[in-house]
Design a protein around this ligand. Structure first.
Ligand SMILES: NC(=O)NCCC[C@H](N)C(=O)O
Length: 308
């Protein structure tokens, strides 16, 4: 059993293997039995459309049985400790997939039982399985991550932080984060990315579009209002002027084969226009599909770890 709580816990080879496995599922089909007889819990304390359903579907397609818990269904909500919860659930389950409003360190406590593999399906500060789906989408599209330049635009949220760590672990991939001033990916995550890459992560953060050094192969955005993160400034939308991805933005930074990614859900007409999200350069819907192949790859890696 092993946890997948932060990408920072992985080696470059491990991340590469999980991403390749997700691409493999996308190519060869998603009905496998490698988790037959296993039990997977899915515990979501926040809203979810893609991640919860894709993990459930992934576990079922791999042959596991699934039990799901809403925000108030475990005794955690009546005061049982996280460690006691982990110790008990580890006797029934092989894996627990968790989405919470806490940070990575809180999920680590839930992963304290050696008998339970805990998967971070979004914490306040990192969204590792999203980044795995994102890298699988890019690998499938371009054949390799080597030499790609990804531009991630908008609020520097958990998806942006995960992309920074994933980039640090993916030699040849370059990431530019374009976040309005005051909404950047936190410095501790960028420092961690640097540390992972031996002091030279190919990650740059800028706060104005004029500072982006293109061209880029992919433009990524995320909903500007991150779940559970209230903005101090009631006029915050003004801070995001010039950050909407429309065709002109894609033309300005992207080369002819550039693609558009979005972790979804989208607020159409805000961070992205319909023409881009539904247009020929969008791989956002395939990216959503890869949430499931990534979930399969992660569950296998955590619970059974087959060689391919
Ligand atoms: N694909 C997803 O997992 N979407 C959920 C929202 C992610 C976004 N980064 C947020 O926290 O608001």
């Amino acid at each position: 059993m092993r946890n997948l709580i932060s990408l920072a816990d992985l080696t470059p080879a491990e991340l590469d293997r999980i991403v390749r496995r997700a691409v493999f599922f996308g190519r060869e089909g998603v009905d496998r039995r490698s988790l037959a007889g296993k039990q997977v819990g899915v515990y979501f304390r926040k809203s979810s459309t893609r991640t919860r359903t894709s993990f459930w579907s992934a576990a079922t397609r791999l042959g596991a049985d699934v039990i799901t818990y809403g925000p108030n269904e475990l005794q955690l909500s009546t005061g049982e400790t996280v460690e006691d919860t982990s110790r008990v659930l580890g006797q029934y389950l092989d894996a627990l997939v968790v989405r919470t409003n806490e940070d990575v360190e809180e999920i680590r406590r839930l992963g304290s039982s050696p008998d339970l593999a805990v998967v971070n399906a979004l914490s306040l500060d990192e969204h590792p399985t999203q980044a795995i789906a994102d890298l699988a989408t890019l690998t499938e599209r371009f054949g390799s991550l080597d030499g790609l330049h990804l531009l991630a635009v908008g609020e520097g949220n958990s998806s942006g932080a995960a992309l920074a760590l994933a980039t640090a672990l993916s030699p040849g991939l370059r990431l530019t984060l374009l976040c309005p001033s005051g909404y950047e990916v936190p410095k501790d995550k960028l420092d961690l990315a640097d540390e992972l890459a031996g002091g030279k992560a190919a990650v740059t953060q800028v706060t104005h579009p004029d500072e982006v050094e293109g061209p880029v192969d992919a433009v990524y955005t995320s909903r500007w209002q991150t779940m559970g993160v209230a903005k101090a400034n009631p006029d915050w939308l003004k801070d995001f002027e010039g950050f909407q991805i429309d065709d002109a933005f894609l033309d300005r930074f992207g080369g002819p084969d550039a693609v558009f990614l979005h972790d979804l859900p989208a607020v159409r007409g805000q961070e992205v226009t319909d023409e881009v999200l539904d247009g020929p350069r969008s791989v956002a819907w395939r990216q959503a599909y890869h949430k499931m192949t990534a979930a399969m790859a992660v569950l296998e890696w955590c619970v059974v770890s087959p060689g391919n």
